[in-house]
Ligand binder design. Sequence first.
Ligand code: 6GU
Length: 233
Amino acid sequence: MSFAATVLTLSPGMFPGPLSESLAGRALAAGRWTLEARDLRGYAADRGGRVDDTPFGGGAGMVMRPDVVDAALADCADGRPSIYLTPRGRLLNQARVRALAAGPGVVLLCGRYEGVDQRVIEARGLEEVSIGDYVLAGGEPAAIVLLDACVRLLPGVMGAAESAEEESFSDGLLEYPHYTRPAVWQGREVPGVLLSGHHAAIAAWRRAAAERATRERRPDLRPSPVASAPAAP
Ligand code: 6GU
C-alpha cells in the first residue's frame, strides 16, 4: 500500500513538475507513492461553469466557489487527511510531515485567487497549512513542497547515504555544516577535528556547531541550552 497524493488544482499542468525528478521522481516511478492532479474546473456545475466569483462584501480578487470545491473533495474522500494550502494556515513543520508520511496519503486543495469560500473549509473540516511567512500566487508550489517532504520519508525512498537520522529538525536543531575534499580550498581549511578520525570529538564538534547555528539563526526552535545551564567546558 503506497502513499496516495491527490492534488485539486486549477493548474494541473504544474504536476508532477519537479516531483518527477530526483528522489521523489524515482520513488514515483518505483510505485512507492502515487500522484494524481485533478483539474477543479472539471467540478464546475456545467461546461464553462464558474469555479470562482466575486467576494461578498467587496474587495479585490476572486473567491473559489464552495460548491465546486465540495464536489471535488467529495469525489476523492476516502479517509485521507484533506489539506487546504493557504498562507492563513498553520505553519508546516517536520513533525506534521512525519505524521502525514506515516499515513495513507493526502488530498491537497490548492488555493488560487484570493482563496476559498470559508464555508467549505469548515464543512469539510479542512486542515489549513502554510509553508512560510510569505505569499505565493497559489498553493501549488506549497503542495509540491509538502509532498517532497513527505515522500523522502516513505519506506525505501532514502538510501543509507541519505539517512534522515542526523538531519535538521530531527532533534529540534539545525544541522551542523558539512565539508568534503579538498581539505584546503581557496586558502580555507576544513575544521581540523573532522580530519582527526576521533569519532567522539567529531560528534561533540558537530553537536556544538548545530547548537550554535540554531541559537544564532533560529532561536525560536529550541530554548538555548546556554541560557539556563552553565557554559560547556
Ligand atoms: Cl500554502 N499558499 C500560498 N498561496 N502562499 C503561501 C503558502 C501557501 N504558504 C506560504 N505562502
